[in-house]
Write a protein of this length. Structure first.
Length: 461
């Protein structure tokens, strides 16, 4: 192996062609898993010693050798050889250079198939833990902004048309709820999808040694070993579960990015984003572009594509392992890297955002956002809702024709709409918001309830 012999070379007279070597090699992609590969090898060696498959002496040599290999990776002195087609080959090759035959005994009772699957799950678990923390930071930033803006009102939109007034805190808390679900999905990935260890499944049918798979599973932080050796090496369900959770998370951050782009426009002007998360134009000196928000909007395309790509890759594969599965890491690592870039930037952008509550309040004064409140007023007077809806619609049409708001409707317009004798209630944005007293609504008391509940939930993370 020190001369570039491959893990699978004995069967072959000649070496692979250069073109195949380039196609087949994955070290450039999977080398990031070096610590996880070494951790899996340590646990495997300890188990082989405990079950009598390896001697204590070999176990000690392997443990010391793996420590030296880890140190080389840590300090950047690890030297890649031409035959190191992947991280697993590279670690074993270097280990054998350092300790001789003891290194060649390490692979007893395992295959690269179960080794790779285990390394991927270990790497993913660490990534999920980091992303859970990053989601919590973003949720806390949104909670802080919401706490400061309970009194601020802005138009709520449907179809991008002004609909009813809502509190800015209420709007921001909607994204906190999305993040709470995202956090829950990532926890499910960590606690359920990553609960079982493939190590010890062998190439596909198990191994012919009295290994203790429960021991290695527990040593590596899993709950139990996988139940079926074929499924162990062929499945990428845990990766798919993560990519689904990551894609949904990015859908939410994309929607938030889109709203910030709209709100930061001159035409709307609801938010001023800090210089730290905006950029200028190479030609237009006056520009301040919401690039971080636009990239938050854009990144979802990559992560959804990663999820779709992984599922498309696995869908056509017969049992058990196929080399196609080497491509799984391209999708997984791209999604992990994308989310890890995105969440801190979005949190920083929101933390420094200054919301223009004066512009929001002015946008609530267009005169028609309280139309439903007027219909509700008629319902309280005994009208059927559909009749009230039609009458208010007629009044809105008359006010639009005259260029005034509902609060400025005259008695003739009120009579023509079928509401003779009706005294209009207060049709202010504040009155409209305060009227929404149902659970989850935008009245002040309900928004404070939502904030308290969300703060308690996020605080448990």
């Amino acid at each position: 192996m020190s001369d570039g012999v491959r893990l699978w070379g004995g069967r072959f007279e000649g070496g692979p062609s250069e073109a195949f070597d380039r196609l087949n090699a994955s070290f450039a992609v999977d080398s990031r898993m070096w610590a996880h590969d070494i951790a899996g090898s340590r646990a495997h060696a300890q188990m082989l010693v405990a079950t009598g498959v390896l001697s204590d002496e070999d176990g000690k040599s392997i443990a010391d050798g793996l420590d030296r290999v880890a140190a080389e990776f840590s300090d950047g002195s690890f030297f890649v050889q031409p035959g190191d087609e992947d991280i697993h080959t590279a670690v074993e090759r270097r280990l054998t250079e350092l300790i001789g035959d003891a290194g060649r005994r390490l692979h007893t009772g395992r295959s690269r198939n179960d080794q790779v699957a285990t390394d991927v799950l270990l790497y993913l678990r660490d990534a999920v833990d980091g992303q859970l923390a990053a989601v919590a930071v973003l949720a806390n930033v949104l909670l802080s902004q919401a706490e400061r803006h309970v009194e601020a009102l802005l138009p709520g939109y449907t179809h991008l048309q002004r609909a009813q007034p809502v509190r800015l805190a209420h709007h921001l808390l909607a994204y906190v709820q999305m993040l709470i679900r995202d956090h829950r999905r990532l926890r499910l990935v960590r606690d359920e999808s990553l609960a079982e260890a493939p190590l010890g499944a062998g190439a596909l049918s198990g191994v012919g040694f009295p290994i203790d798979r429960q021991m290695t599973a527990e040593a590596l932080g899993f709950v139990r070993p996988t139940a079926n050796s074929l499924d162990s090496v062929a499945s990428r369900d845990a990766v798919a579960d993560y990519l689904h959770a990551a894609a949904t998370l990015c859908v939410h951050t994309s929607r938030l990015g889109e709203e910030l782009v709209i709100w930061a426009s001159d035409e709307v002007g609801f938010v001023e984003l800090s210089d730290a998360f905006t950029s200028g134009s190479s030609m237009l000196p006056q520009k301040k572009n919401p690039d971080a928000a636009e990239l938050a909007r854009a990144k979802v395309a990559r992560v959804v594509s990663d999820y779709s790509g992984l599922q498309s890759l696995v869908a056509k594969l017969p049992l058990a392992y196929n080399k196609d599965l080497q491509e799984d890491k391209h999708f997984l690592f791209d999604a992990i890297d994308t989310v890890e870039l995105l969440l801190p930037a979005l949190a920083g952008m929101l933390e420094g955002a200054v919301f223009r509550t004066d512009r929001m309040a002015a946008a609530c004064q267009d005169g028609y956002l309280a139309a439903t409140d007027l219909a509700d007023h008629l319902v309280r007077a005994g009208w059927p809702f559909r009749r009230a809806h039609e009458a208010v619609g007629l009044l809105v049409r008359a006010c639009l024709a005259r260029g005034v708001g509902l609060a400025d409707a005259n008695s003739a317009e009120i009579t023509d709409a079928g509401m003779a004798g009706i005294v209009l209630p207060a049709l202010t944005a504040e009155a409209s918001a305060e009227a929404k007293v149902s659970a989850g609504g935008t009245s002040r008391a309900r928004v404070i309830e939502q904030w308290d509940a969300a703060r308690a939930e996020v605080g448990r993370w």
